[in-house]
Design a protein around this ligand. Structure first.
Ligand code: PLP
Length: 219
């Protein structure tokens, strides 16, 4: 039962860790059942699916876009999205700012870093992030709030490697905080940890875990 699973999962989480329930591929009815336990934060990785589910489900759900976001699709989610996890270019940041301005709001985002050994995953390097924020400081996109960092560890059973990658992301967070976001209260999130590795992620400083299959079953 999704209701029991989600309630029990949350009861075991430390207070400082936010659960993003990753509902991709699951029907609206299942999300509604999770919603009725009191849970409000859901993550999707495809724009069309996110738009459809937003239209069908209660307005007070906080929708997180956790997948790779193409610049030309920002406009479809800009009016309602609550947090965009995967921002890894200036182009995307600029477009989110432009679309948020049109809706008279600001949009919260996380900078995605490439921490895994696999070369297929998206994300910034620390060097690129630093160059980007130096040349284009946060004041240049007033309708975007950079709230922290996001990353995915290598898909491996080597827990030591996973921990090293999560620790690396934590140090990136610390570095950015001291160099670019000193005194900024909203730069506070480290989004890392999925069903297979969330325990290590929490040990390494995660503040936000993105859990799909452990809650909703296999996709
Ligand atoms: C699907 C997905 C998750 C959740 O994965 P599970 O292994 O099912 O918990 C987390 N983060 C991202 C970016 C995803 O695409």
């Amino acid at each position: 039962m999704i209701e029991e699973t989600i309630v029990q999962f949350k009861a075991r989480l430390p207070d400082h860790v936010t659960l993003v329930a990753v509902s991709k591929t699951k029907p609206a009815e299942v999300i509604r059942r999770a919603y009725h336990t009191g849970h409000r934060i859901f993550g999707e990785n495809k724009v069309q699916e996110l738009v459809d589910k937003h239209a069908q489900l209660p307005e007070d759900i906080e929708w997180h876009m956790i997948g790779h976001l193409q610049t030309n699709k920002v406009k479809y989610i800009a009016s309602f999205v609550s947090l965009i996890h995967g921002v890894d270019s200036l182009k995307l940041l600029t477009e989110i700012n432009r679309q948020a301005a049109k809706h008279n709001r600001s949009i919260d985002v996380l900078l995605q870093f490439h921490i895994a050994a696999e070369s297929t995953k998206f994300g910034l390097s620390m060097e690129r992030a630093r160059d980007m924020l130096t040349a284009h400081p946060p004041e240049e996109y007033p309708h975007v709030r950079i709230c922290g960092v996001m990353g995915m560890a290598t898909y491996t059973s080597d827990t030591k490697q996973i921990e090293e990658e999560f620790r690396l992301l934590s140090t990136y967070f610390d570095t950015l905080q001291s160099q670019f976001f000193r005194g900024s209260a909203h730069f506070s999130e480290i989004s890392m940890g999925m069903s297979g590795d969330y325990r290590q992620a929490i040990d390494c400083g995660s503040t936000m875990i993105r859990i799909g299959s452990t809650l909703f079953g296999k996709r």
